[in-house]
Design a protein around this ligand. Sequence first.
Ligand SMILES: [Zn+2]
Length: 196
Amino acid sequence: MAARIPPRTGVAFKLRQGQTLKVIDVAGEQVSDLLAFSAQDPREYISSGRSIDYASKIFLTRGDALYSNRSRVLLRIIEDTVGRHDFLLTPCSADTFRLIYGDADPHHGCQGNFEKALGPYGITGDQVPVAFNIFMNVTLDGSTGELRVSPPLSKAGDYVVFLAERDLIVALTACSAPQSNNGSFKPIDFELGGIA
Ligand SMILES: [Zn+2]
């Protein structure tokens, strides 16, 4: 049975080695930022740089691995109905909304939701790395490197399934940034599977 993350919020939970995590875009065009930390030692966490380096590409999909800063596979993508996600940009935050959107009274964003959800696990905001931004559609100019945040390609019911290759603490949001979600905020569903 799926659990629901309400718009502009986040959750954290344990995921055991061998378990699967299915992340579902309920309404379509909604990004979900994902973080994973080793349950044994949260100083080990998913690394955008290492994952992109080892895959030799920036768009990860089915079969690709999310490596840690210690070069071990934490999660592997085993199903993906969309095929376009981002692993370059940081979680949206109050500073994102202040600097990019010019908000005077900014929302706390995925960063704030990660801090709230991960606090009980002893993980602080300074330990939040670049998230794997599920369904986020960042397009780029290959010659200048200029980035653009475009509407997600995901439609209602699209999903990604990850397999945990270690015992993990996982955090997941329904992203709060207008640009990333084509201007509206929707929920995200997730399901844990495999061994209990
Ligand atoms: Zn966000």
